[in-house]
Design a protein around this ligand. Sequence first.
Ligand code: SF4
Length: 354
Amino acid sequence: MKLGYPRALTYYDYYPFWAGFLQELDIELVSTPPTNQTMMEIGLKKAPADTCLPVKILVGHLNSLSNVDAVFLPRLVSMEKNTYLCPKMLGIPESLLGTIPAGLEVVTVDINRRAGVHQAHKSLIQWGKGLGKNKHQVLRAYAEGERWLKTYQDMRKQGWGFEESMECFENLAESGKLENLGLTPRQVQTVVQESDEYRPTIALLGHSYLTYESYANLNLLSKIARKANLRVVENVPLEITQEEQKHLRKSIFWSHARKIYGAGESYLEDPKVDGIIYLSCFGCGTDSLTNDLLARRSRAEQKPYLVLTLDEHTGEAGLVTRLEAFLDMLERRVGHEGHLPAHGEFVDCHSSPV
Ligand code: SF4
């Protein structure tokens, strides 16, 4: 059996898990190529108008699948205890059935780990039965998927880039065992400062499926990395992102928002980070909350904070102008103003976020 997996949304966090899980069950998993203009245009045309950009991109990928027996669209309800994924993800695949090419079969399974792992085991065992796999085989495959995912997460924490890590796992999914993956630790700081010239350190926050979606974000990562040292959400350990919610009255229960907020808190308190950029997408409900919470916190911590909102009409010139202005501001702040903006704390700290 050969399943097609769209390179969108859940691919960015969970591809290694599904690749390891399905390989153990002798099911081939092939992913779609990186997003291109045709995919984007099809996504915009076919996806429901009120969905966010990442879901539109997913629709574009669904329509680019060929030579597969079915498309694999798992419904991820919850991947960690007491958290949920966003409602738009919970509605997949049903909300997108009308956009899937006629004749393409959909394979789906629910994963709900809100109350622990047993519920996920139960649904996967049931799903495996339909494919002729017994309980023992499915549980062994689940453990293998977890092992692949953990290795991927460790690689990211050690400074491996997203593209290079995913390439390793895509090669591994074709043929190979995890043990054959020759891992060497990377420097988290991918661009080394070679001169005395000032290079700020920027933390980029946002959903993985937008941060690493270089077609949609107009290569933002490399644009930043050319001028600054870059940190991302995945460089912060997951355990820390969960702890870093002490300024909130209650924990955030959307897993992506929780991760982004936690990483944001950790970077706000890190003196080596000069500024924070929040990459948000138009139409995202959870971003509107996380972004505002972090904007308030960065105001209190006097840490420069820039929001870049992407939608399908985002122009490169506008993005570059905002980025350059932000970097210039950081440079002036360090070089001439003793780490305070021209108006000191008074204008900024007491201004209303509304
Ligand atoms: S969290 Fe936001 S960007 Fe992600 S799927 Fe939900 S609405 Fe879209």
